[in-house]
Design a protein around this ligand. Structure first.
Ligand code: UDP
Length: 249
């Protein structure tokens, strides 16, 4: 499995926080959405990379959040999944305004506004140069959009998951709290699970580990970063299964 090689087809995971101004907390900031869209469009035009995007919804609603206290978890999770559709439509609009064709596919049917998720159709869109935005998670409660990213990446045969975040990789401690935190250039899946590092939830990591699907965690809003990751430059942290282990151990 290629690790830091240039990728031809990727799955970009955008958390809900990628849609909002960090100083405001929550909601959708049109300027930030336009910036993310521009990065995607520039990558598409310069490298022709095939890009699937899984969008989160945490900027609007999460099933396990305090605002869902007392609610039935399944209902709350359905609200969370609908939140991802709102983000998907915002991103679709911004990417298309920047000149690239897109399709939104939802895991819960809502055909008045988007296509239903159909794997073979999604792959065909990618081959035709369209950005495919996957919304409504997996369509079932008790999952996250990180797990959705792993699942969709495997289904569309993406070479890696690109997880855009607010920090420039995976650290041994929270760099926003501890100034001595060290960033990993690469790390293997088991270490992520054993050390409880906040990369993606355990279900998502396990799925990637079982299928040797690399994840690159990188700072989303640094200009040109998505392209650097796709070209195999050493940006962020690569999480994979190929970290050399001591053969004598
Ligand atoms: N969700 C779900 N099933 C899925 C994906 C998402 O129930 O397959 C719900 C869940 O409530 C979750 C919310 O949708 O909290 C928003 O997704 P997530 O928290 O992963 O968004 P992010 O953290 O990436 O913004």
């Amino acid at each position: 499995m290629p690790t830091r090689a240039p990728y031809k087809r990727v799955l970009l995971k955008l958390s809900g926080e990628a849609f909002s101004d960090p100083s405001v907390k929550g909601g959708i900031d049109p300027g930030i959405v336009r910036q993310v869209a521009r990065e995607i469009v520039e990558l598409k035009s310069s490298d022709g990379t095939e890009i699937g995007v899984v969008v989160g919804g945490g900027n609007i609603f999460r099933g396990a959040s305090p605002s869902a206290t007392g609610m039935d978890r399944s209902s709350a999770d359905h609200m969370g999944m609908l939140a991802t559709v709102i983000n998907a439509l915002a991103l679709q609009d911004a990417i298309e305004k920047a000149g690239v064709e897109t399709r939104v596919q939802t895991a819960i049917d809502m055909q008045a506004i988007a296509e239903p998720y159909i794997r073979r159709r999604a792959v065909r869109h990618l081959e035709k140069g369209r950005v495919v935005i996957f919304a409504a998670g997996l369509g079932v409660p008790y999952f996250t959009t990180d797990t959705t990213a792993a699942q969709r990446a495997l289904e569309i045969d993406a070479e890696a998951i690109l997880k855009g975040t607010g920090v420039d990789g995976v650290y041994d401690r929270d760099p926003r709290v501890d100034g001595n935190a060290q960033r990993y250039e690469e790390i293997d899946f088991l270490a992520v699970l054993n050390q409880g590092l906040k990369v993606m939830d355990a279900t998502a990591i396990s799925l990637c580990m079982d299928n040797q699907l690399p994840i690159v965690v990188f700072e989303l809003l640094r200009e040109g970063n998505i392209r650097r990751v796709v070209r195999g430059e050493p940006v962020g942290t690569l999480v994979h299964a190929d970290v050399l282990l001591d053969p004598t151990s």
